[in-house]
Design a protein around this ligand. Sequence first.
Ligand code: BGC
Length: 383
Amino acid sequence: MRTRGVLTLLALLASLILAACGQAPAAAPTTAPATGGEATPAPAPGTLAVGIVLPTRDEPRWIQDETRFKEALTAAGYTAEILFSQGDSAREQANVESLITKGIKVLIITPQDGTAAAASANAARAAGVKVISYDRLIRETDAVDYYVTFDSIAVGAQQAQFLVDNATGSGNPLYLYAGAASDNNAFIFFEGAWRVLQPKIADGTFVIANSSEAVALQDKAELTRDEQARIIGQITTNWDFNTAKTLAESNLTAAGPEAKGDVFILAPNDGTARAIADVFAIDPDITSYLVTGQDAEKASVQYIIDGKQSMTVFKDVRTLVQAAIDASIALLEGNTPDSSGAYDNGAIEVPAVQAPVVTVTRDNIQAELIDSGYYQASDFTGL
Ligand code: BGC
């Protein structure tokens, strides 16, 4: 059903582009177009007038997005250029400029740095290219047409709720880690987590072990962005495995005996969770640890099966890819994409759609990740 839906949408998209450009498709499909039945001819193969820019190949999360975009496009017999910025805003801008030069009409972009990417969005706007912010929001510009995202407040809230649900008694050491301060999502994840954790810090269930800034603000139920930034500045992993590892090591070196034993760790995503978990696992004074994650990366699903990571928040990238394609079609048609809300990017309210997220533990890997067709059981051992 999904493939047929994508096929139909992309056929429409192709005819719009070809009508708009008045020229033949430029590139052959990477595989033969799938057909929807004898009566429905497959769309002519070609290149979509859409450029996609993703932040880095160094995290499995974004390879997953690339794979899912390619699947959706290939199923319909199309290609669209996908470029990676490799954590470098200058390279991201060069990627965007090259796509604009090639004549794209829609840019789908996950900014490396939400504020730095405003320049790219402005350049796209000046060239008449519509801009879809994908997963991460471009900030401080009015040149963002649309935002497709997961429910990032829920991501943080589900991570925190898992820790709360598994904590008994009082005085439980709590280690806090966050994403990159250049990523707007890092703030939203932390906000979602703080709302759930703060009452449990205030009532003594948890004791913050690794952030004096968070301790200084622990009586505040709601934090301003500046206050969040102060905490995030102290506990940031920068979305980087090595930074996460080094920070966890230094936290454990500084921790006294009261901050060891059975501990609770808010880790912002799967890559950092694995790095942090590996550090806690070898500390002789850590009796047990629970650690959160995000993205349901294969390596972390295996960690969960092996008892080395406690949970992850599953974001079905297929849904986000579909939302981005739907929005591209609407924008190419000159229509307004459907939105279910808006996000303030510091300059405007950007119309948005928000996809749901699901907590995954050892108990529902099969139902959520295998039975849904997201992964194969053979991707894992010991399932
Ligand atoms: C994404 C996460 C990802 C993180 C690091 C965030 O903006 O929402 O899925 O793990 O960036 O790349």
